[in-house]
Design a protein around this ligand. Structure first.
Ligand code: BGC
Length: 417
C-alpha cells in the first residue's frame, strides 16, 4: 500500500513538473515504412512520457527528398517545424542560414563529446555548437537475401565478386525469380552505384571520387568499370522498377519474389517488423569487395530556433532522450541501424547489427569508412543532386556510354559548386 501511495505521489510530481514545461513540438521526418514507423513511434512515446506533445509531420518518400522540399517551403513561409530530420552537410547549410537553435545545454549535461564519434558529432555542430542530435549509424553497403530463393535457384551463397553475382543472377532468373529487387528512384540508383564503386575502387578511391569530386578520379578507369558494372545490374532487375519505393522492393525479397536487394540497413527494419530472424529467414551480407568497408549514414534531428521556453525545453528533452542508452538500444533495434553511442553494448542486437559494428571498427582502422554520397553525408545538397541526375540518366539510357557518363559527372558537379 505504502509503495502504491509513494508511486502515486511520484507520478503526480512528474506530471506537475512536466506540465510546468510541457510543450507541443512538431517533428518533421520521413520514417513512414513499417519498420521506420515503429522506430519513430518509440521516440514519440518517450517524448510524450515526459509530458510533451509530439505533433507528427511525416512526409513519405525514401531518403527524404520530398521531406526536404516540404521543409524548404515551410521555412520560406516563415513557419518551420520545431524539429526536423536533416542529415550531413545540409545541417550546416540550415545553420548558416540562421534557422537552427542551440542545444549545447543537453550536450554538456549528458557529456555527448565523451561518447560520440567525433566525425559524426561534427555534422551536428554549427560554429562549434550543437544544433542537432545524431540518432544512429546506418550502413549502406548491404545485400539482403532470401536464402530459400537462393537455394531453389542452386546458388549456394550470396556472391562475393561481381562475376559470381552475374552468374548467380542467371541461375536465379532461370529458376523463375527476380535476381535483384530495386526501385528506380534517383537515390536508390545512387545507393546501388556507390556500393558497387566503393567495392571496386576501395576507400581512398571513393573519397577522391565522391567526397573530393576529383575530376581525375571521376573519369578514371576505376570509375568506368564501376559505371559499367552498375549498368549491367539493370539486367538483373525486373521491368517494373520505375518509381518503386525501396520498402516495396524489400517486400519482394521478404515474400520470395526476388532473391536480393542492395540497400542500407533500414531494410532490416522491414524484416524485423515482419518477425524474421537473420541467419534463418534472411541473410545480410556485404556486397562484393566491401566486407571490411562501411559507407555510413547518420540520421540527425535538427532543432529549429524557437522562442517559446516550453518548446526549447522540449527540444532539449528530446535531444537528451535520443542519446540515452536505453533509447539507443530500442530505437536502433527497430530501425536496423546501430547506436551512434559507441558505448552502448550490442548484446541484445541481432547478428546483422553485430556484423555492422564489427565492419565499422575494421573500416575505421583500415581506411574503409566512407560517408555515403547517396544519403547526404559526403557533398553539398546541390552537388549530390547533380550526381544523382547523371547516375540515373546513365542507368536508364541504354545508349549512354560509361565514358560519357563520367564526363557528365565532372561537368555536372562543377556547375553545382
Ligand atoms: C535515412 C533512413 C531512412 C532511409 C529510407 C535514409 O536516407 O537515413 O533513416 O530509413 O533513408 O527512407
Amino acid at each position: 500500500m505504502k509503495t502504491i501511495h509513494a508511486l502515486a505521489a511520484g507520478a503526480l510530481l512528474v506530471t506537475a513538473v512536466g506540465q510546468a514545461q510541457a510543450a507541443q513540438i512538431e517533428v518533421l521526418h520521413w520514417w513512414t515504412s513499417g519498420g521506420e514507423a515503429k522506430a519513430a513511434n518509440l521516440l514519440k512515446e518517450k517524448l510524450e512520457a515526459k509530458g510533451h506533445t509530439w505533433k507528427d509531420f511525416a512526409v513519405a518518400g525514401g531518403a527524404g527528398d520530398s521531406a526536404m522540399t516540404v521543409l524548404k517551403s515551410r521555412a520560406i513561409s516563415g513557419n518551420p517545424p520545431a524539429v526536423a530530420q536533416i542529415k550531413g552537410p545540409l545541417i550546416q547549410e540550415w545553420g548558416e542560414m540562421g534557422f537552427l537553435g542551440n542545444i549545447d545545454k543537453a550536450a554538456e549535461a549528458d557529456g555527448w563529446d565523451d561518447f560520440l564519434p567525433q566525425e559524426i558529432a561534427a555534422y551536428d555542430k554549427v560554429d562549434g555548437h550543437y544544433a542537432a542530435v545524431p540518432v544512429n549509424i546506418h550502413r549502406i553497403n548491404w545485400i539482403w537475401a532470401n536464402p530459400e530463393v537462393l537455394k531453389a535457384s542452386g546458388v549456394e551463397e550470396v556472391p562475393q565478386t561481381w562475376d559470381a553475382f552475374f552468374e548467380a543472377a542467371d541461375k536465379i532468373r532461370e529458376a523463375g525469380y527476380i535476381p535483384l529487387a530495386h526501385g528506380g528512384q534517383p537515390w536508390q540508383d545512387a545507393t546501388v552505384f556507390e556500393v558497387v564503386m566503393m567495392g571496386i575502387g576501395g576507400g581512398d578511391f571513393y573519397r577522391k571520387a565522391f567526397v573530393e569530386l576529383d575530376p581525375e578520379a571521376l573519369t578514371s578507369d576505376t570509375m568506368i568499370e564501376s559505371l559499367e558494372t552498375f549498368k549491367k545490374l539493370r539486367g538483373t532487375m525486373d521491368d517494373n522498377i520505375a518509381g518503386r519505393d525501396w520498402n516495396i522492393a524489400t517486400s519482394m525479397v521478404i515474400n520470395g519474389k526476388a532473391a536480393m536487394q542492395i540497400m542500407g540497413d533500414w531494410a532490416k527494419g522491414e524484416f524485423t517488423a515482419a518477425g524474421m530472424t537473420p541467419g534463418e529467414d534472411y541473410e545480410c551480407v556485404a556486397p562484393p569487395m566491401t566486407e571490411h568497408m562501411f559507407s555510413y549514414n547518420t540520421d540527425s534531428l535538427a532543432m529549429f530556433d524557437v522562442d517559446d521556453a516550453g518548446q526549447q525545453q522540449a527540444q532539449l528533452d528530446l535531444a537528451s532522450l535520443v542519446l540515452s542508452p536505453d533509447f539507443q538500444a530500442s530505437f536502433n533495434q527497430a530501425k536496423g541501424s546501430i547506436p551512434v553511442r559507441l558505448d552502448v553494448p550490442l548484446d541484445d542486437f541481432d547478428a546483422c547489427a553485430k556484423a555492422s559494428r564489427e565492419a565499422f571498427d575494421v573500416a575505421m582502422d583500415e581506411g574503409g569508412l566512407v560517408p555515403s554520397l547517396a544519403h547526404g553525408m559526403a557533398v553539398s545538397d546541390s552537388q549530390q543532386g547533380a550526381v544523382f541526375d547523371v547516375i540515373t540518366n546513365f542507368f536508364n539510357d541504354p545508349d549512354m556510354t560509361a565514358e560519357t557518363a563520367a564526363e557528365r559527372l565532372v561537368s555536372a558537379v562543377r556547375a553545382a559548386e
